[in-house]
Design a protein around this ligand. Sequence first.
Ligand SMILES: C[S@@+](CC[C@H](N)C(=O)[O-])C[C@H]1O[C@@H](n2cnc3c(N)ncnc32)[C@H](O)[C@@H]1O
Length: 269
Amino acid sequence: MLREDEIDLLLNDLLKLYGYDFYYYSRESLKRRVSKILRLEKFNSFEEFRNRILTDPGYIEHLVDRLTVNVTQMFRDSDFFMELRNDILPQLKNLPQIRIWHAGCSTGEEVFSLAILLHESGLLERAQVHATDINPLVIEKAKKGAFPLSLLQVYERNYLNSGGKADFSRYYTASDNTAVFKSYLTDKVVFNTHNLASGQVINKFDLILCRNVVIYFDNELRERVFQLFDGSLLTGSYLALGEKETLKSFSITPRYQQTGKEKIWKKIR
Ligand SMILES: C[S@@+](CC[C@H](N)C(=O)[O-])C[C@H]1O[C@@H](n2cnc3c(N)ncnc32)[C@H](O)[C@@H]1O
């Protein structure tokens, strides 16, 4: 297991040399992940690993990919997508343009899920979607919209459980063990790298989805990220978090009201 001073050196190098701020991630899980990288990639010592970071900028993308947890699914937590479909999207239907931010979108499964909901609700044409993640490798994958065919059975079940009624296979073309989702679903999506810890504002949004991302942050970074979201949401807009995440006990909390059973909040003032 890594020592405390070694993890400090690593975090300092990543921030100073490459602008990646991992200071506010849960220490224990970072330590576990870095120790695993050292073991699997057969570094003989922490010094050898650090030397690679200092001398090989090309290694950093790979390292960020390993440090971040990119697990995702289409229609993950089907009850959440059911509430989004039945209760939230209808509230947005009179807007001339629907601006959506998927923050921490990983390889894009969530983006394609929402695009299908928007399509089925007749709102896709008016949607402007920003899909961002700190990890450039997952963003490249997300842009392709190609997922292993072996996962599609689970994704189809999730889709049906979330209230989907269509033939799911009409949304993709299958070939060579890969399902490539139809490009009209993401014509309006801009995929970009963006680090939530940077505090950089992208735009104003009617709906922000940031699911299963802040769970890896400490409370200080959560507070900063929620302030960033607050500054990016108009009154009457929505913020959606993951199943194990909450907006309770932050400075912006009094301005938000949970809309139903799922982790979706409306900005009320
Ligand atoms: C577990 S995935 C969640 C994916 C998707 N939102 C979902 O719920 O299925 C977490 C994602 O957050 C991204 N992430 C972690 N730290 C981030 C940061 N500081 N800024 C932006 N994205 C970040 C990771 O790269 C990863 O792709």
